[in-house]
Each structure stands twice: as C-alpha cells, then as structure tokens.
Design a protein around this ligand. Structure first.
Ligand SMILES: Nc1ncnc2c1ncn2[C@@H]1O[C@H](COP(=O)(O)OP(=O)(O)OP(=O)(O)O)[C@@H](O)[C@H]1O
Length: 771
C-alpha cells in the first residue's frame, strides 16, 4: 500500500486508502484526499494492516451496521471501534460459554473413558499385559518372562477368588439371616418382657412403638436416597470432570481461550512430557507409542525451585544419552515442551541405581530464568573474614534455586566465555572471596588492564594490569616464580618430614611459608597467544610449561592457578593447560566445539554452555569438576552467579584490606606496582648510563621518565631511591660534573647489582649447585 494514500485510524489500528471516494472501496470511507491527509496528521498511534485483515474489519463493521463514516477523523474511529466491540460482545460471551461447556463436556467424557479403561484394566490385568507387550516389542526376554509370570500369578489368584465366590455369597446370606433371626428374637423377648414389667407396654403397644421407630428410620433412608440420587448425577459428573482433567493429554485448541492456549504448556504434566518425547523422532519410542504403551515415570513431574523436575524411563532400544546427544535434539525437546532451549535441561540420571534409560529433565517455569539473581552475600557489609580451609565461596544459585557454595582449596580453575558475558565479574568474585581470608596470598595478572582488577592493589602481592609485551613477560615470570615457590615448598615440606596435605594450622600460621597461594590470570589467552618463546604449545614454550608444573604439583603445597579466557582454543590455550584445571566453568560460548574445549568431555553429557543466551544469560556458567556442589553422578551444574559490580568490588576489597590489617597481614605495595614490576629497573638504569659514568639521581630519574613515561612517569624521587635500594644500588654523595656533594648513582654499582642478581637467579634455578 502506498504510504501517501492512506489514512491512519489510530484506534482501529489500520490504514484506509485515502483516494477512495466512492464509498465502495476498502473501508467504505467516503471522503477526499485532503480530509484524509488531515486525519493522517492527527493520527499518532496506528499500524498498517494487510489487505485481508482490512477486508475482515470491513466485514465486521458491515455486520455491526456501523457503515457510515462521513468524516474520517480519529475521534470517529474510536467511536466505531467501541461500537464494534459492543456489537460483538454478545458473540464473544456466547463463544466463551460455548468453549467452556465444550471443555467441561470433553473432560467429563474423557473422565468416563478413563474410568472405563481403568475398570477394563482391572478386569483384564491390562497394566501387566501392556508391560508384556512393551517387553515383546523391545525384545527384552527377561522382562517378558518376569511380567508373564506376574500375569499368571494374578490370573491364578482371580480364578481362586471366583471359585470361592458362591461360598462367600452363601456365607454372607447366612450371616444376614442369622442377624435378622437374632434381632427378631431380641424384639420378641423384649415384647414379652414388657408385659411383665409394672407400668410397661403391652405386647401390641410395644410393637407399635418399634414400628413407629422403623417408620422414621425408613423416612430418613428414603430422603437420603432421594438426595443421594439427585446429588449423584452432579457428583458423578464432577468426579468424571476431575478424572478427565487428570487423564487428558491435551485439550483441543479450539476449546481453549486465546490466553489458555498461550499458557497451554505452562504446566508440565505427564501428558505434555509424553507428547514431547513421542515427537523426538526416536525409533524405539515411536515403536512403543505405536504399540499403545506409555512411558514409565520414575518420578512424576514435581516442582523443584523455579521449575519442574521429572524422571522418565525410556523404552528398551534407546537411552537418555542418545536421546539428548546433540544440541538440535535438546532444542527439539524444548520446543516440544513449549520452552526455549535454555529453559530445558535434560541429562542422564545421576542417581544411584538409575540405568542409562532413565532421563532426568528439569524444565524452568516460563520466564523464571529471566528473574534477577539476588545480590552476592559478599557485598553485604556483615560478610567478614573467611577461611579457605573451612568455608566455601557463595558463587551463585542453580536455576532450581539451590545455592552453589564452592570450595576453593587445592583446585585449579579455568573459566571460559566470550566477551561481555560476565567472565571477569564472575571470576573476580572468586578472587574477592579469597581476598577476605587474611592468610591467602594473591598474585594477579589482568591481561586486559582496564581497571577491572585495580581494587586488588594493597591486597595482591603482584598486580599486573595491561596487555603489552612487558606485562605478558611479567605474567610469565609470575607463573615461573610460582613454580619456584612450589618447588621450595615441596623441598621444605619433605625435609621437615611432612606427609600429605599441608595441615590447616601450618598453612594459616603467620610466616610458615605454606600459606595458600593463588596465582590468578584474567584474559589468559593473551599469555598463551604471545610470541618470544612465552606462548604457544611448543616443547620449550615458557608459559604452558610453568602452568603445567603448577597443575601437576601445586595442589600438594597449596599453590593454585586460576585462569580465565575468552578463547579456550588450541592456539590460545594449550590442550595440556585446559585439561589440567580441576574445576572448569563456562559462560556462553558460540558452539559445541568451543564448549568441548572449555569443559572437556562433559560437553557430551548434557553440559551445554552454547545453549545459554548471549547477553541475557550474562553471569550464568556451566560448572564442572567441583564435586562438592555437583550432584553425585552428574557431570555439571548450572550456576547463575551473583553479580558483583566493580563498584561493589571496591567495597569488598576495602573490607579485605581491613581484615588483613587486623590480622597483621598487610601487603606492602608500590603506588604503581604494575609500572615498577613490569620493567626491569636495573637494566633500564644501566642502559641510560654511559661507561664508567656517575650521574645525578634526579637527572637519571628524569631520563627514565622521558624514555618510559608509562612506567616511570609517576615515580617520585623517594620511591626511586627506595626501588634502587631494593635492588642493592646505593645512592652516594659524589662530585658530579665538577659540582661536589651531589646525590649520585654510579654505573659500576648498577652493573655489580645486575651481576649479583643474575648469579643468584642462576643458582636458584640450578639444583646441582645446591648443598
Ligand atoms: N552475574 C551477572 N549477572 C548479571 N549480569 C552480569 C553478571 N556478570 C556480568 N554481567 C553483565 O555483563 C557485563 C559484562 O561483564 P564482564 O565485564 O564481567 O564481562 P566479560 O565477559 O569479562 O567481558 P570481557 O571479556 O569483554 O571483559 C557487565 O557489565 C554486566 O552488565
């Protein structure tokens, strides 16, 4: 339809061709183009409707006898709409009542049929016969023999009961006769006795009284019968209706109102599950359904958290793993259940004794996963010091609403997920919790460096922020240092006769040297993707070798490696590194193959981070390997992590600092630790000075600032002196350029310090030099 030639009827919500002045065209709207365009100016809220719909509205208008639209104005359109609605109200009421009656009739009839079927089943042992047919269809001979035996036993028992029926009836009749005789005898004796009681009734009078009592009782019985008979019909209909509602698999759509149709799948019933599974295109299930058999519900649908849990045993010839093998299958199942893929989580059953045919399904209530996760307990000001030996980190909730509190001791972690899915926030939450234990040491590299981890200044003993070469090199050194620390601990522990894990008391003792050490790298793909012999998976690449050593042995001496990456691919995360992590968690990833890299084999067992919704499910992870929170036998658990914003993270970090201060475990840091730590001060100083030179320290600092402003720009004279002193270079008082009494740095001192440092490092790395 040409935009120029339409009139918008705001409330009627359609557009009428404005040039149609004949009254015979769509809308029967006589008028001129001018009036039409004038109306168009007034119209605000309208939409173009297709020709057919327009024609349909016209038809309804005609039926309602609202035909004359002299001036096509917005106001008239509103009036017309109201009149149409009024005119249609009786029809709507009639349709609603019709649907209601049809539905009630349908349920009652279905209830009757269900009773008949149950009665038939009871008479013919139908349930057992069905199981026999299933066993026959699936070719399970053992099951067939078992059910056939059961049928024979039931038949024998019934035959015996039938043979004994005449005897039973005769016994009942006899008992009745005896009861009547005894009653008659009692009445007779009572009547005679009354004659002899002074003032008592005579024989006839006594029986008249008995007759009157019996008559009243008869009247009561009569009324009860009348009421019962009249009430029986509605009661029966009501019971049949209830039974029908229970038994019915699916109400025909035309019997439901539009709202009911929309909510049709909201309630998870055995009928809905049956229909969903029967439409999975599985041969064994098809065979079973064709044979008229039903699924065995190990657990009927029951509410669990914000959803429904159900356990179904599949027929012989298929199993749970096969049924949900691919993403497409899961999506099909979800669609069959009227849900989105992310709302349906089928898995093999983790329960003890559940065989491979038992399928567990958890189905979220519609929209339940869009409700926000409550704030992190860490963010509450009352959340105090933690003990990694004793406590677990409250990371989030399962979609079912169970809390996920995960232990952080002696586990290496890998968190994966594409950008903007909450990787840093969820990963940083772990580190914040660790920071609240004053005994832990955190060494952190944030290889993005936009300040996401800056709050750890004053908590972490190493804090590298940024992705330039120097930071990458520093991160690699951080890992290698952790390996050296690990080796030192191992040796000390063995020499001291220590056996097994480091005990809690030793680990928490100040100065023991066995405190829990956590090496944390965010955006670790930058490290493994680097050149210069650092990244990659070649035999001599430094980063993966260090990571592997920590993975292999760190746990024994409480040295941990926690890594997070956007890209868990072979090129940016060597296989050995990702396989070495005990706990692996993945936020949304784009496909199954990435999910497999992020999580390993559990991607075959129902762990599907690729089914999370990009963006909407930010912060939701599929967590594997954390056996303290994953139900026994299950491969993974979905965790909707509590979100801790950067602002809140600062608050928690401040608390961590106070806790450390109170415990006497403050961390000494430079104002700009990343700048100092990611460059080699001695080398930089040496390269700035000429042979045999002695220079003013202020001049030297100025040179450094000019050459590497990013690194030394903020360094004060005092801090520079302290840094040199730390590197064993003393600032001396010397005559420089003929001016005596200057604070000077002598090149020979710098070279000597470098030499001493190199020798010490060489000795530390060469075990043959020791002892
Ligand atoms: N647990 C959570 N719950 C809800 N939303 C979250 C959660 N975590 C993160 N988000 C949202 O996702 C956004 C991105 O988070 P974050 O910076 O942690 O993502 P990222 O995956 O680390 O991204 P990048 O890799 O690009 O740094 C946050 O700003 C926040 O809006």
């Amino acid at each position: 339809m040409d935009e120029q030639n339409v009139v918008y009827l705001p409330s009627a919500g359609r557009a009428v061709p404005a040039t149609d002045t004949t009254g015979s065209g769509p809308g029967n709207t006589p008028g001129t183009a001018e009036t039409a365009l004038a109306v168009a100016d007034e119209a605000i809220d309208a939409e173009l409707v297709p020709e057919e719909e327009n024609a349909e509205i016209d038809r309804r208008l005609a039926q309602a006898r609202v035909l004359r639209l002299r001036e096509a104005s917005a106001a008239t359109a509103v009036v017309i709409k109201r009149r149409v609605q009024e005119a249609e109200r009786p029809k709507r009421v009639a349709v609603g009542a019709g649907r209601h009656t049809a539905r009630a009739g349908f349920y009652a009839a279905r209830g009757g049929a269900s009773w008949a079927q149950r009665a038939g089943d009871a008479m013919t042992h139908g349930v057992v016969r069905r199981q026999i047919r299933i066993a026959e269809v699936s070719g399970d001979k053992t099951l067939l023999a078992e059910w056939t035996d059961r049928l024979n036993t039931l038949k024998d028992a019934r035959r015996t009961r039938l043979q004994e029926l005449p005897k039973t009836v005769w016994s009942l009749i006899k008992a009745g006769l005896i009861a009547i005789t005894v009653l008659a005898g009692i009445l007779l004796v009572s009547g005679v006795t009354m004659q002899f009681v002074p003032g008592g009734q005579d024989f006839v009078g006594f029986f008249e009284t008995v007759g009157a009592v019996l008559s009243v009782m008869g009247e009561i019985l009569n009324w009860a019968l009348i009421i019962g008979l009249w009430g029986a019909v509605p009661a029966l209909l009501m019971a049949a209706w209830r039974e029908g509602r229970r038994a019915v698999d699916r109400t025909p759509g035309w019997m439901l109102s539009p709202e009911q149709r929309m909510n049709l799948d909201a309630e998870i019933t055995p009928g809905l599950i049956t229909q969903a599974l029967a439409n999975m295109g599985d041969t064994a299930i098809n065979k079973m359904v064709k044979a008229g058999e039903r699924f065995e519900f190990v657990t009927d649908p029951r509410t669990q958290g914000d959803g429904t849990f159900v356990q179904v045993r599949l027929p012989v010839g298929t199993n749970a793993k096969k049924l949900i093998k691919t993403d497409e299958k899961v999506e099909l199942l979800a669609g069959n259940l009227g849900r989105f893929k992310h709302e349906v989580w089928p898995s093999t059953s983790p329960e003890k004794g559940a065989d491979a045919r038992v399928l567990d399904i958890w189905i979220a209530d519609k929209g339940a996963l869009d409700r926000p996760v409550p704030p992190s307990p860490l963010a509450g000001p009352e959340f105090g010091a933690v003990d990694v030996h004793r406590d677990a980190m409250p990371w989030g909730l399962t979609p079912r609403g169970d809390t996920i509190e995960v232990g952080m001791l002696r586990r290496h972690w890998l968190v994966s997920g594409v950008s903007k899915q909450g990787k840093t926030a969820s990963f940083r939450a772990l580190a914040l919790w660790l920071g609240l234990d004053p005994t832990t040491e955190l060494r952190i590299a944030d290889l993005k460096g936009v300040g996401d981890w800056a709050m750890f200044e004053g908590i972490a003993t190493t804090l590298i922020q940024g992705s330039n070469d120097a930071n990458v090199e520093a991160t690699c050194v951080m890992l290698e240092d952790a390996v050296a620390e690990m080796d030192r601990r191992m040796e000390r522990w063995l020499h001291s006769g220590g056996k097994g894990d480091i005990p809690r008391e030793v680990s928490r003792k100040k100065g023991s040297g066995f405190h829990p050490l956590y090496v944390i790298v965010d955006e670790v793909q930058v490290l493994y993707g680097a050149g210069d012999g650092i990244g990659g998976s070649k035999d001599d690449a430094r980063a993966w070798r260090a990571a592997k050593k920590i993975h292999d042995q760190g746990r024994a001496v409480d040295v941990h490696l926690l890594q997070a990456t956007q890209r868990p691919t072979d090129r940016t995360l060597p296989v050995l590194v990702r396989e070495g992590a005990h706990v692996r968690a993945s936020l949304f990833v784009p496909n199954e193959s990435t999910a497999r890299m992020a999580l390993g084999d559990v991607a075959d067992m129902g762990a599907r981070p690729q089914s999370l919704r990009q963006g909407t499910d930010a912060g939701t992870v599929v967590l594997t390997g954390a056996d303290d929170v994953i139900p026994q036998g299950a491969s993974h658990v979905i965790t909707r992590t509590h979100y801790i914003s950067t602002e809140n993270a600062y608050g928690i970090a401040e608390r961590a600092k106070e806790i450390r201060k109170r415990a006497g475990r403050e961390v000494e840091v430079f104002d700009a630790p990343d700048q100092i730590e990611t460059r080699d001060l001695l080398n930089d100083v040496a390269s700035t000075m000429r042979d045999g030179e002695k220079v003013r320290s202020s001049w030297l600092l100025q040179q450094l600032k000019e050459q590497w402003p990013d690194h030394y720009g903020a360094l004060s004279a005092q801090k520079f002196a302290a840094a040199l002193e730390k590197e064993k270079v003393e600032i001396k008082t010397r005559s420089v350029d003929g001016t005596p009494g200057q604070r000077a740095v002598v090149e020979a001192d710098v070279l000597a310090a470098i030499k001493a440092r190199n020798e010490a490092a060489k000795q530390a790395n060469d075990p043959s030099d020791e002892g």
